[in-house]
Write a protein that binds this ligand. Structure first.
Ligand SMILES: Cc1ncc(COP(=O)(O)O)c(C=O)c1O
Length: 373
């Protein structure tokens, strides 16, 4: 049976990985500045992570959400400490799209409304509601297009005000930093005005921190650079370093009702062991501070070149926008310099490395990058 051919693939077969390094089947070493799409947070095969999952597997790997699973409470306590969100509650699921889907559903239950405001250039995932609030017609099927969604302009509060004025919007969903759309950072003023507008119109503010959260921006959540407190925050990617886990943080204003949300696999023992190990490593290795410091170093030392239009980013979420398509540069980085990078659109190289990246790793990249330019 052949695979349904929907992915553009690097011509690389990784067989081993450690920290920020990956090795292919021929023994070639690569520096990973892509982190499997912002997923690897504590580093590949971190010994505490491997031990946490392995030990749990020998005890109990799975049972459904019909029994008490104390690991879920342990994770909730750890996320509370890492995030500073003391009175929010946690709902666990399996992916980013599912986290957003649950957030939008909860907002709709809570308000009794069915309309959502999202932003141009947004990406929120590929399930029904998540893709409907994603600004990319190529991945929205006619089935998904039936949701009631209005796309406003990021950093243009008038466009949001216009969309909210009739008090009929359940939720505004916005990324902490737009990732797939090309590393666009909402201004502090915009986020503060957005938060106030949502309160005024009884609209739930959903912060999608799936890519920008879990330390990547140099704060635990990217919106914490701006001082706002959203009603719902969605997470995935870095939360379990590659074990599929999604989650939402929910403000105390929401009343849980039995059966309102649910999932078979969400919050299972192995997923919790993975996420707990990640949370422990975040604390002991101060990875959020490391992302801030190393990210700053990387941005400050980026080469000057007439080919580069702009470098944007926060922490270890960085976009290098070129005046031209980057396909060849990225290929050279991968096949000649053995460095994985990500992209956004045709003209941007996106760096989303593990949060344990060192300044020495940055120097390796910067030297290679200068040579390729
Ligand atoms: C901001 C954002 N939201 C949602 C998603 C969807 O996450 P998943 O692929 O785990 O469904 C992504 C994935 O790239 C993302 O970057």
């Amino acid at each position: 049976m052949k695979l349904f051919d929907v992915y553009s693939l690097f011509d690389v077969v990784p067989v081993k990985a450690q920290g920020c390094k990956v090795w292919d089947e021929k023994g070639q070493e690569y520096l990973d500045l892509y982190g499997g799409h912002a997923v690897i947070s504590v580093g590949h095969t971190h010994p505490k992570y491997v031990a946490g999952i392995t030990e749990q597997l020998g005890k109990i790997g799975f049972y459904s959400n019909s029994v008490i699973n104390p690991l879920q409470t342990t994770l909730a306590e750890k996320i509370q400490k890492l995030s500073g969100y003391t009175n929010y509650s946690l709902f666990l699921c399996n992916s980013g799209a599912e986290a957003n889907e649950n957030a939008l559903k909860l907002a709709s239950f809570h308000t009794g409304r069915d309309k959502v405001v999202a932003f141009k250039r947004s990406f929120h995932g590929r399930t029904s509601g998540a893709v409907a609030v994603t600004d990319n017609p190529k991945i929205v099927s006619p089935f998904n297009a039936n949701h009631k969604v209005v796309f406003a302009e990021l950093n243009n509060i008038a466009s949001v005000e216009d969309a909210l004025k009739d008090n009929d919007v359940a939720a505004v969903i916005v990324e902490g930093i737009q990732g797939c759309g090309g590393i666009h950072i909402p201004t502090n003023e915009f986020f503060q005005q957005l938060s106030a507008l949502c309160k005024k119109h009884g609209t739930v503010l959903v912060l999608d921190e799936i890519q920008s959260g879990y330390g990547r921006s140099g704060k635990f959540f990217a919106h914490q650079h701006t001082g706002i407190k959203p009603d719902i925050i969605t997470m995935a990617k870095g939360i379990a370093n590659g074990f599929p886990v999604g989650a939402i943080l929910i403000s105390p204003e929401f009343e849980p009702v039995k059966g309102m949300l649910g999932t078979t696999f969400g919050g299972n023992y192995l997923a919790m062991a993975a996420a707990i190990a990640v949370a422990d490593i975040f604390e002991s290795e101060k990875l959020v501070d490391n992302a801030a410091e190393v990210g700053k170093y990387l941005i400050e030392n980026m080469p000057q070149s007439s080919r580069i239009k702009e470098v944007r980013g926060r922490g270890l979420m960085i976009g290098i926008e070129f005046n031209e398509p980057i396909k060849e540069i990225r290929s050279k980085l991968l096949y000649e310099k053995h460095i994985f990078t990500g992209v956004a659109g045709t003209n941007m190289i996106r760096l989303l490395p593990p949060l344990c990246l060192t300044k020495a790793d940055c120097d390796t990249f910067l030297k290679a990058f200068r040579e390729v330019l």
